[in-house]
Design a protein around this ligand. Structure first.
Ligand SMILES: O=c1ccn([C@@H]2O[C@H](COP(=O)(O)OP(=O)(O)O[C@H]3OC[C@@H](O)[C@H](O)[C@H]3O)[C@@H](O)[C@H]2O)c(=O)[nH]1
Length: 345
């Protein structure tokens, strides 16, 4: 029987893809080449930092800078193990890599609702393009899905087995439904083509490098408190969220990628706070003189959210280390530096 080359197996579309032929080269360097889409963003740039710490890793960032910024990764530009590509994932990309962390997508509601058609294209076409790349080069791919796939949840806290309560045609659907389709694509490529996949469902995350005018609640409250502006609690204020510090999240993403479970796995901090409690905490910590005012909310805002992280604990040995009261001061320091406002003595 004629021996099969790795190329034959890759082309019939039924066999699991094999690693890049470079892996069989006698000059092979055992480095891990890692693509991070959205790597210039808030979470992406922290992931870059963590992966660059390992000298075996080469990191390639692809970002269109819609919400990401070169500033977040400027300390790596020029490093021999780092490459930066201005690229929009709705276009195809061909790079030889072993791992793909697919993060690219605006995540703040005001940004993802700004151009909803583009948001859904990013989630659907962008994920298709990255899966196509994973199939072609035999890479393992991780999708950063979201707690928003649970919509306005009727089950609390949310385990991965909950299918969610999502409006299919509301103003948040471009993101919520976009990520749900992205998950479907991941699992269909896995079942149909044997692609190695990992799916993380990320709950609200905060930390240094969030855009100052990002629009999300933690960054808004911290920037408002530092600037001496009223904290804008969107009504009713009793809605809850669970906030995970970014370094904990990044640790979970890497464990998921290098572990053996496909997911979906919730990654979030189970500490649950009402938005009003968050405002009071930020006020106390940063500027007791500011007022808290109630403003209108936007449609379909989830009333409660808290991750059930039983699976992450069991499968990844992961749980967050930072309580909100420990993470907020680190974010405050970063925002003060960027806003040029020192803490009063
Ligand atoms: O200034 C503000 C901003 C937001 N909020 C409230 O704070 C809560 C959280 O809002 P955010 O905009 O921070 O984030 P959301 O929880 O709505 O969405 C987030 O969910 C998880 C991730 O996938 C995404 O980052 C994002 O979509 C909402 O109830 C919102 O009404 C305020 O009260 N004041």
């Amino acid at each position: 029987m004629a021996s099969k080359s790795p190329k034959d197996d890759n082309q019939d579309g039924k066999q699991p893809p094999l690693p890049s032929p470079l892996r069989f080269s006698k000059f092979f360097q055992p480095n891990m080449r890692i693509l991070i889409t959205g790597g210039a963003g808030f979470i992406g740039s922290h992931l870059v930092d963590r992966l660059m710490e390992n000298e075996k890793n080469e990191v390639i960032v692809a970002d269109n800078y819609f919400t990401g910024s070169k500033d977040n990764i400027k300390h790596w530009i020029g490093h021999p193990r780092f490459e930066l590509i201005r690229h929009d994932v709705t276009e195809t990309l061909l790079v030889e890599v072993d791992r793909i962390y697919h993060l690219a997508c605006p995540a703040s509601p005001i940004y993802y609702k700004y151009n909803p058609v583009k948001t859904i294209k990013t989630n659907v076409i962008g994920t298709l393009n990255m899966l196509g790349l994973a199939k072609r080069v035999g890479a393992r791919i991780l999708l950063t899905s979201t707690s928003e796939v649970y919509g306005d949840p009727l089950v609390h806290p949310q385990p991965e087995t909950y299918w969610g309560n999502v409006n299919p045609n509301g103003v948040r659907s471009c993101y919520d439904e976009g990520k749900r389709v992205a998950e479907t694509l991941m699992f269909d490529y896995h079942r149909q083509h044997g692609i190695e996949i990992r799916v993380a469902r990320i709950f609200n995350t905060y930390g240094p490098r969030m855009n100052i005018d990002d629009g999300r609640v933690v960054s808004n409250f911290i920037a408002q408190a530092i600037r001496g502006e009223s904290l804008t609690v969107q009504s009713p204020g009793s809605q809850t969220r669970s906030f995970c510090y970014v370094s904990d999240l990044v640790d979970g993403l890497i464990r998921l990628m290098e572990g053996s479970d496909t997911g979906p796995i919730n990654l979030g901090n189970p500490g649950e706070f009402t938005v009003l409690e968050l405002a009071q905490t930020v006020k106390e910590l940063i500027n007791p003189a500011v007022e808290i005012k109630t403003v209108d909310n936007t449609p379909d805002d989830p009333k409660q959210r808290k991750p059930d992280i039983t699976k992450a604990k069991e499968v990844l040995g992961w749980e967050p280390k930072f309580a909100l009261k420990d993470g907020l001061p680190l974010m405050e320091d970063d925002f003060r530096k960027r806003l040029g406002v020192a803490k009063a003595k």
